[in-house]
Write a protein that binds this ligand. Structure first.
Ligand code: ZN
Length: 343
């Protein structure tokens, strides 16, 4: 198991980032951030680093493709970075995670939104590589999550994070299916931890939808727990099943439409139906947190949804899920999406 060593969550904790980092005794820090986030919180972070007299450099990334990672690796090596910070939402954290993994240096995650479980997981979602799904790396050594900053991010990001959490319900079901039918290793503890993180969204959906800070904190903690579950399992199994493959298929069929967590949430509703679970409960929770529950709300057509359902199992033939067991035809895929009101 590889797990984060220090996790600090709280209101206004960004101000303590200097002392947080000091425990790792870094000599040269590389910060990887996005332009919007850097404009929002960069000064605060810089002030904290200057107080500790750290040597640092910052690079901004707009995307999370192989190119950004290659460029960041080059900068990190030239600069001699021994600690890399991912400061931002999904992209910057993903690029920083894979860069630090390639460079073999400490990675610290400073999330500024709660849109997916990559905050604390060992998985990095990088586009343009040899696979449409996530890369297995190492979890961050440190995670510092400032709830004040995360609460100020656009509400749709938090709703997407809830979609990524609800997806754990069908991901764990797929893992159980692989255990029962393919004798795959199944980690009960990791599975339960992932489920726990989904259950908090189901039980507190209305509160989360209100945007109140205490609920934002719950979502952040749940996303971190889900990431830790992947660290315990040593794979993405507890966090990612057929609903994630559906989301990855949409990345190919309709690039840059909808957020990862939004697509996974929608996928989870359909996979829940295939698993004979209470899919309406999942749909209602998504609605309560103000996440999209239909293709139209996500900006997708019925045709794109059906195509993604058909393509999804081919993206990872070795990862057995409900979509590998029930190979849907285009017509069957459309009927499924219709049954649960997605189209
Ligand atoms: Zn995910």
């Amino acid at each position: 198991m590889e797990l984060p060593r220090v996790i600090q969550i709280g209101y206004g904790v960004i101000r303590e980032v200097g002392s947080f980092l000091a425990r790792f005794s870094p000599k040269r820090i590389l910060i990887i951030s996005g332009p919007i986030v850097w404009a929002r919180v960069g000064e605060m972070v810089e002030d904290a680093l200057k107080r500790e007299e750290f040597r640092y450099r910052c690079i901004e990334v707009d995307h999370s493709t192989k190119k950004e990672v290659e460029d960041a690796v080059r900068v990190a090596k030239e600069f001699g970075a021994d600690l890399i910070i991912g400061l931002g939402g999904g992209r910057a954290v993903d690029v920083a995670k894979l860069t630090s993994y390639y460079c073999g240096v400490i990675f610290v995650s400073l999330p500024t939104s709660a849109s997916h479980d990559g905050i604390a997981s060992p998985l990095a979602s990088i586009k343009g590589g040899d696979r449409p799904y996530s890369y297995m790396t190492k979890p961050p050594t440190g995670v510092l999550a400032d709830v004040n900053i995360i609460a100020e991010a656009p509400p749709k990001l938090l709703a997407a994070g809830c979609g990524d959490l609800i997806a754990k319900i069908t991901a764990v079901r797929d893992w159980m299916l692989a255990r029962d039918e393919k004798q795959e290793y199944f980690g009960k503890y990791a599975a339960n931890l992932a489920l726990l993180s989904a259950e908090i969204v189901l039980s507190e959906a209305k509160g989360i939808g209100s945007g109140s800070k205490e609920y934002v904190r719950d979502v952040v903690e749940a996303l971190i727990s889900a990431g830790v579950a992947a660290g315990i399992a040593g794979s993405s199994r507890p966090c990612s099943g057929a609903e994630h493959l559906f989301s990855h298929a949409l990345d190919i069929i309709a690039p840059n439409v909808g957020l990862h967590g939004e697509k996974c949430g929608l996928g989870a509703v359909m996979m829940a139906k295939l698993h004979n679970l209470d899919w309406e409960k999942l749909r209602d929770a998504l609605r309560d947190v103000k996440a999209p529950v239909t293709a139209t709300e996500l900006g997708l057509s019925a045709d794109q949804i059906a195509k993604a359902l058909v393509l999804a199992p081919d993206l990872r033939p070795e990862r057995y899920t409900i979509l590998h067991k029930i190979r849907l035809s285009y017509e069957q895929a459309k009927a499924l999406a219709k049954d649960v009101g997605v189209i």
